[in-house]
Write a protein that binds this ligand. Sequence first.
Ligand code: FAD
Length: 392
Amino acid sequence: MSNPQLTVAVIGLGSVGSMAAWQLSKRENVRVIGLEQYGRVHSRGSYAGESRVFRTAYHEGGLYVPMLLESRNLWRELEKESGRDVYYEVGTLSIAEEMHPEYQTTLGTVRDYDLPHELFDADQLRARFPQHRIHENDAGILDLQGGGLRPEVSVMAALEIAERNGADLRFNTPVLGIEEYKDGVVIRTEQEALKVDRIVIASGSWSNRISPELNDLLRLQILGLTWFMPRTSIEPFVPANFPAFLRDSGPVHVFGAPSFDGYSLKACSNPTWDVVRDVDDVPVGYTREELVRIGQQMQELIPDINPEPVRSSVHHCAYTPNRLPVVDLSESERVITVAGLSGHGFKFIPALGKFAAELAADSNTESVPGEFSLESHMAVLRDRGHYQGGGH
Ligand SMILES: Cc1cc2nc3c(=O)[nH]c(=O)nc-3n(C[C@H](O)[C@H](O)[C@H](O)COP(=O)(O)OP(=O)(O)OC[C@H]3O[C@@H](n4cnc5c(N)ncnc54)[C@H](O)[C@@H]3O)c2cc1C
């Protein structure tokens, strides 16, 4: 049973925050206040960069699959409610040597969950996807439910619906601190001290500035994006002809998306950047040497591209040691945390937004896997103490 007349503040209106605001705004007994330090849909969050890969054939393991399938339905619902195109179901192609561990876990997941897919050997890959240079022992899995999401459009769409449902969204309003009391939580901004019943911390890479526990747990990884123009025609790279892709080729991991802008495709590999603790330590761009090397790697794997990136950008994302997200309800039931999406969480933010709403409005933890709790994460941190890279 829901609590009567709750005021819930969502701190951060980016990926998770926009979805939490949307889900909470459906509840008649909840008053939603959203607070965002920058403007509505900005370029400094972890969601920036035009596209995100969606896939259900998950090499990260089966724990994610139910959340991914639910998210797929919610992405469709978001499209329907907003009238915007957020999700292109063009498939996601994973290419690797057949015995590559991630290829094998992807294969295990599609079989365990009976996910719609197609399998290819090297010759079949060459015939079907001539855009990629295929090596002797390569194999491919096409996840037919995968594809490309448009992150900025998604955040805009969710915020728009939340507002339409009555949410009070405040932009250019950084939260400076939070204080928890027996009868509520006080949120300090430059303008006021706002008292609410519950808060959802959805502050991404900035979450560790708000909570000391998250500051111990989360580390920021730097992730970059590059776009290339084909030398001949864009036609082979438009969504109808080119699935999103992940590829492991020797030590190089690359990922990309079809052309959403009509002239370039996204194809990325990341230099080994140091893990940092604060957003202010993230570099503003690639070095020239990094861009030249990425261009060479990409041309080796997608021969028709011009190796000079036509666009590039460098971003950040908060990681947990095992790359599972944090979804937690505090003992007082006043603080809900959704953080540490670890370079691969955009695809399942609709499900995380729903978890946040269930925790904030109903104190219902039933659907949230125990591994996502802060307590579990702190135990992993104590045991493991180091952070895995990767993502997408
Ligand atoms: C380059 C790159 C590529 C990626 N590729 C993929 C992919 O292909 N597929 C995939 O599924 N995932 C991918 N990811 C991961 C995914 O995009 C991120 O995990 C996700 O966007 C993180 O969402 P978030 O809500 O935690 O953070 P954000 O989206 O950054 O939202 C946090 C928001 O909180 C606001 N905020 C912070 N502090 C405060 C404060 N004190 N007061 C008010 N507001 C505040 C921020 O301004 C921001 O708007 C990628 C990530 C990156 C960086």
